[in-house]
Design a protein around this ligand. Structure first.
Ligand code: PHB
Length: 395
């Protein structure tokens, strides 16, 4: 009996001798990392890893961060759901992050809510997503945020007749409605819209029909993973020769993949939250660190910076709580998190909506020093998700 006490006492003393804050924070990350999604998925992952490498020293003493990364293999909500269940029940993650796709985010949200685990959306961009769980914050963007100013801009350029072509799922519907609102409020008129199946390999039939109708401007939204397939389809149709202007949101021109899209992409005007070509000092440092880490030919794109900013938000929670937090503490920090100096410019989470407030840039693809770049030429400062402003929450 006495001996047992001594041994137990010894064990307790050993425990007490460990740093008081010895803590591992596990972040479960569900991303699409296969096939056409492997590049954007890898961007998010690289952004997260780069932030961790750069900010290891900022963690409280004894605190470790563990990323547990899972591949949901694309817009597959059932897979995202199963992986999230496992991350919560088996891996006991303290936070969730990820979701390239809206349907996957929708599958993950009820699980985060039930388990009271904070969930940082790293890409999925349908406006309503942050309304579906009190434990969600979004560090990416909404299609309403990017497509509405683009519609306004297109009308300001004198385009009168507009057309939209969007992927046939939730963010596409947001993109379609947002562009149309901006364009018609700017004095233009929408003359048609088409919805295209997610994951199409060939968009020529849709685009050909639009070309025949001859609008002044066509707005295209496809998810970032479909950008190369869409640009291949655009390439054969000579919209420029037909004097039809194509515009898009940043999803069509991710900076890394821009390099392989060819001449067809030159001159394309898009709206977006981030360009690797931006000359903000924070961005210059970010791009240099990215190249140092991933190679001279590597470029971060908007998904990469979203991964980096997501980790910054997670680190804020960890730093302030020394790695031990409950859901209310985590959400209080995440809801008011901001970075005045992100590579994309000043960003902040809107505490009312848990969605991000950020600059929207209008950019044009140009050759800059031998590579293709999204050159920003106009800034709409500090845009909140417009959809939430038009659709106030019913109490
Ligand atoms: C989405 O599914 O919400 C989504 C995916 C890729 C994008 C934009 C939105 O580029």
């Amino acid at each position: 009996m006495a001996l047992k006490h001594i041994i137990l006492g010894g064990a307790l003393a050993a425990l007490a001798a460990m740093p008081a804050s010895a803590e591992t924070v596990k972040i479960g990350v569900v991303l699409s990392l296969s096939g056409a999604d492997s590049l954007p998925g890898q961007q998010v992952e690289r952004g997260m890893q780069l932030y961790m490498k750069q900010h290891q020293k900022d963690l409280p003493p004894g605190v470790k961060v563990d990323l547990v990364i899972r591949d949901d293999t694309g817009p597959n909500p059932d897979v995202a759901k199963r992986l999230t269940q496992e991350l919560i029940a088996r891996d006991h993650v303290n936070m969730l992050a990820g979701a390239l796709y809206t349907p996957n985010a929708m599958a993950m949200e009820p699980l985060a809510t039930a388990a009271k685990v904070p969930f940082i959306i790293e890409n999925a961009a349908t406006a309503m997503l942050t309304r579906r769980s009190p434990y969600v914050v979004r560090v990416s963007f909404t299609l309403w945020q990017t497509a509405l100013p683009l519609g306004k801009w297109a009308a300001q350029q004198g385009a009168k007749k507009g057309y939209t072509a969007v992927s046939d799922y939730a963010p596409g519907y947001d993109a379609e409605a947002a562009f149309a609102k901006g364009f018609t409020e700017g004095g233009g008129q929408m003359i048609g819209s088409v919805r295209m199946p997610l994951g199409s390999a060939n968009y020529v039939p849709y685009l050909q029909r639009i070309r025949d109708v001859h609008p002044d401007v066509v707005y295209i939204f496809v998810p970032v993973s479909a950008a190369p397939a869409m640009m291949r389809s655009v390439g054969g149709l000579d919209f420029e020769g037909a004097k039809i202007k194509l515009v898009s949101t940043m999803d069509l021109v991710p900076d890394q993949q821009l390099q392989t899209m060819g001449d067809v992409v030159k001159g394309l005007v898009t709206s977006g939250t981030y360009s690797a070509a931006a000359d903000r000092p924070a961005n210059k440092a970010f791009v240099a660190a990215w190249k140092h880490e991933y190679g001279a030919d590597a470029w971060p794109d908007f998904t990469g910076v979203q991964g980096w900013d997501a980790m910054a938000a997670a680190y804020a929670v960890i730093a302030k709580t020394k790695g031990k937090f409950d859901i209310d503490q985590a959400m209080a920090i995440l809801k008011t998190w901001k970075n005045p100096d992100s590579p994309r410019g000043p960003i902040a989470i809107d505490p009312q909506t848990r969605d991000i407030i950020q600059n929207i840039y209008i950019r044009r693809v140009e050759n800059v020093g031998g590579h293709l770049a999204n050159v920003e030429f106009a800034t709409i400062p500090q845009v909140k998700d417009p959809w939430k402003e038009f659709n106030p929450e019913k109490k």
